[in-house]
Design a protein around this ligand. Structure first.
Ligand code: GDP
Ligand code: IMO
Ligand code: MG
Length: 432
């Protein structure tokens, strides 16, 4: 019995939070390994909704250990706010149930500002990414540039000033170039020391803790954020996020070896959505898109932006199956398709008159591909809240089977509403 990694197989918002919450009953530890509070995960438990951004979705279950791994970028103020918000909902987050990697990178206010400044400037030239403006990209740039301030620096007020100076040498030069006022050393020092007492007790060498967990035979659930098409390498570059979102990152972003990754569960929406700019071959900017958006409540948890909607793209999901080594998928939001007369599925592309079965890496080609569709019969009966395979209408079963065949991976879980328990288990990822 191995560990399980959950990843998004499309452009994010596939329902990872719901599935991680459901699966975490079977796990001892839930680990985030990349991204930051650009993620927005909604869980619904007995009618009560919980919105998580930075905290692993397992945190709402008593007795589970939640871990923020080194691959995550942490906005300390956003984290404190999220912990307080959950506290008001009766979920206590303390160093007993949350540990944060000492070597995780921090997001500061200057990263958030830079993200916004760049997006505003790009809006005028038509090159914006449509980021969440949370400072994710600029914080990862500083990490790779070897000048980032990390969680452990909060615990050391003697060495912190030199690190702030080093960071500001870079950022103030950048800001001067953008015509922005410089940021003072004091501003950053105060920003960090305001939260350090609260956060230092959570800090830990997480790789060591996970090694101990592994030796004790504990079950580890890795929770990915975003999705494969937003991966910095494998996504629709440059319209991507700034981290690797694929399953391989679970090991590097938590400090465990690749052997720790057992079952890879790809969370897959029964249609496709995307927030922000970038290519989207099966987008339906028409009444179909409107139907999916309204019925699926496709509004971003983080920014409230309307998500773009379209048909299921089997080409992209099959690509995600390969890039992640997906063992099985959790198919979500099947219920949103209830009532459609017919449902289209993209089975290939045409590019400049030639048929292809993958999404090319070039931005130009990605904008030019034309989807080739197969049309399936819809169903009139409801699937909302179905908890048994036998409760599904025959046409819905046919749709699911067709997806399995096209993406070359089996359905392990099927989700039929936002509620935790409205989930059909086909194959248990922890007992594969
Ligand atoms: P994540 O970012 O992948 O965790 O997904 P989000 O939470 O951002 O978006 C998924 C949305 O769909 C949330 O509002 C969920 O409550 C909801 N959801 C999840 N699974 C289902 C499902 O099977 N059916 C319906 N109707 N909604 C679902
Ligand atoms: P979850 O975990 C959907 C998108 C943004 C933008 C691009 C870059 O909820 O699935 P960033 O702020 O990361 O630099 O933005 O990535 N994006 C997401 N889209 N779901 C997410 O997370 C996303 N996180 C980032 O909309 O297009
Ligand atoms: Mg989301």
């Amino acid at each position: 019995m191995g560990n399980v990694v959950v990843v998004g197989s499309q452009w994010g918002d596939e329902g990872k939070g719901k599935i991680v919450d459901w699966l975490s009953e079977r796990a001892d530890v839930v680990v985030r390994f990349q991204g930051g509070h650009n993620a927005g995960h909604t869980l619904v438990i007995d009618g009560v909704s919980y919105k998580l951004s930075l905290l692993p979705s397992g945190v709402v279950r008593p007795g589970k250990l939640a871990i923020i791994g080194n691959g995550v970028v942490v906005d300390p103020h956003a984290l404190v706010a999220e912990i307080e918000r959950l506290g008001q909902q009766g979920v206590e987050v303390t160093p007993q149930n949350l540990r944060i990697a000492e070597n995780a990178t921090l997001i500061l206010s200057l990263h958030r500002e830079l993200d916004g400044l760049r997006e505003d400037a790009a809006s005028n030239s038509g090159t914006k990414i449509g980021t969440t403006r949370r400072g994710i990209g600029p914080a990862y740039e500083d990490k790779v540039g070897r000048r980032a301030i990390r969680m452990l620096d909060l615990a050391n007020k003697e060495t912190l000033p030199a690190k702030i100076d080093r960071l500001l040498t870079h950022h103030n030069a950048l800001r001067r170039g953008l015509g922005q006022p410089e940021v003072s050393h004091e501003t950053i020092f105060e920003e960090l020391t305001a939260v350090s007492d609260m956060l230092v007790p959570f800090i830990e060498p997480v790789w060591r803790l996970l090694d101990q967990m592994k030796r004790k035979g504990k079950r580890i659930l890795f929770e990915g954020a975003q999705g494969t098409l937003l991966d910095i390498d494998h996504g629709t570059y440059p319209f991507v996020t700034s981290s690797n979102t694929v399953a391989g990152q679970a090991a590097a972003g938590s400090g465990m070896g690749p052997g720790a990754v057992g079952y890879v569960l790809g969370i897959t929406k029964a249609y496709t959505t995307r927030v922000g700019e970038g290519p989207f071959p099966t987008e339906q900017d028409n009444e179909v898109g409107q139907f999916l958006g309204e019925k699926g409540h496709e509004f971003g948890t983080v920014t409230g932006r309307q998500r773009r909607c379209g048909w299921f793209d089997a080409v992209l999901v099959r690509q995600a199956v390969a890039a992640n080594g997906i063992t099985g998928i959790a198919l979500t939001k099947l219920d949103v398709l209830d009532g459609l007369d017919e449902i289209k599925v993209c089975i290939g592309y045409e590019l400049d008159g030639k048929r292809i079965d993958y999404l090319p890496a070039s931005q130009g080609a990605q904008a030019r591909v034309v989807p080739v569709y197969e049309t399936l019969e819809g169903w009139k009966d409801t699937t909302v809240g179905a908890r048994h395979w036998g409760d599904l209408p025959a046409q819905a079963v046919k749709y699911v089977r067709q997806i399995e065949e096209l993406i070359e991976a089996p359905v392990a879980l099927l989700s039929t509403s936002p509620e935790r328990e409205d989930t059909i288990l086909v194959q248990d990822p922890f007992h594969d």
